[in-house]
Write a protein that binds this ligand. Structure first.
Ligand code: SF4
Length: 252
């Protein structure tokens, strides 16, 4: 399975985003796709329910708590997790539908405006559709408008146009100044997400789950050091793919 393709459903408060996500997830699932979702909230609300065992564990000072049953798992962390890492944590899925990440340009977007004046406020260049909730915004310039009651139409667009999450580094390694510009070019059919350092680099360095941009020189210097070391180890003289992972304790 390749990297999941991602789409963000964005809009202001009470626009109907969750309704759109629900309909899209149901339709993609009906078509046989495995779908993950990620919701962002700006509110500092307790994500666990007061009174549950895990809530009590956290109140007692646990920095992370998990609850496991035979067919579900929930993990509560007392810290933020970035989008890249959270997406990886969703496991093997075909599509990830984001809700509430209004400012991101690392994935294509479906806008959910509450009125015609919000269309331009929500556009940053990587939009693939606008959803008309209850006949409020039936037109959105050059964007296709899909009524909220037509999840099939929305899923058709997502299947045709969604692409994997870009790394969000604005590192220019793909030849574009920003991930947003890269996204516009992907949507225009001029390039592909595989050219992002997250997927395309020969040497990919991840620190705490996030890709760190390496230029050609630093990437090959790092690889050469590791390959030189591997040559000294019996059985690892000519590897095809190398993964190195270690923990750093930085509490000094
Ligand atoms: S290589 Fe990836 S992270 Fe860097 S600018 Fe291009 S899309 Fe963004």
């Amino acid at each position: 399975m390749g990297a999941p393709r991602v789409v963000a459903v964005v809009g202001f408060k009470a626009a109907g985003k969750t309704r759109v996500v629900e309909a899209l997830v149901a339709e993609l699932t009906r078509r046989g796709h495995r779908v993950g979702t990620l919701k962002h909230t700006a509110e500092d609300m307790p994500l666990d329910k007061e009174g549950t065992d895990t809530y009590r564990h956290a109140e007692a000072g646990a920095v992370s708590s998990a609850i496991l049953s035979d067919n579900r798992t929930a993990i509560f962390l007392r810290r933020a997790m970035n989008l890249q890492r959270a997406a990886d944590a969703l496991g093997e899925v075909d599509f990830i539908v984001l809700e509430g990440f209004k400012t991101i340009d690392v994935a294509p977007r479906i806008i959910v405006p509450r009125g015609a004046e919000e269309v331009s406020k929500l556009r940053i260049g990587v939009e693939i559709a606008s959803v008309d909730v209850d006949g409020k915004v039936p037109e959105a310039g050059d964007l296709p408008v899909v009524p909220v009651g037509d999840p099939g139409g929305l899923a058709d667009i997502v299947e045709a146009r969604a692409y994997p999450l870009l790394a969000g580094l604005n590192c220019k390694a793909c030849g574009f100044k920003t991930c947003g510009e890269m996204g516009v070019a992907i949507l225009a059919g001029e390039t592909e997400a595989a050219k992002c350092v997250k997927y395309g680099g020969k040497v990919v360095l991840r620190v705490d789950g996030s890709v760190v941009a390496l230029n050609k020189f630093t990437g090959s210097a790092l690889a050469n050091v590791i390959l030189g070391f591997l040559k000294t180890l019996k059985g690892s003289e000519s590897p095809h793919r190398v993964e190195l992972e270690f923990e750093v304790r930085g509490d000094a």
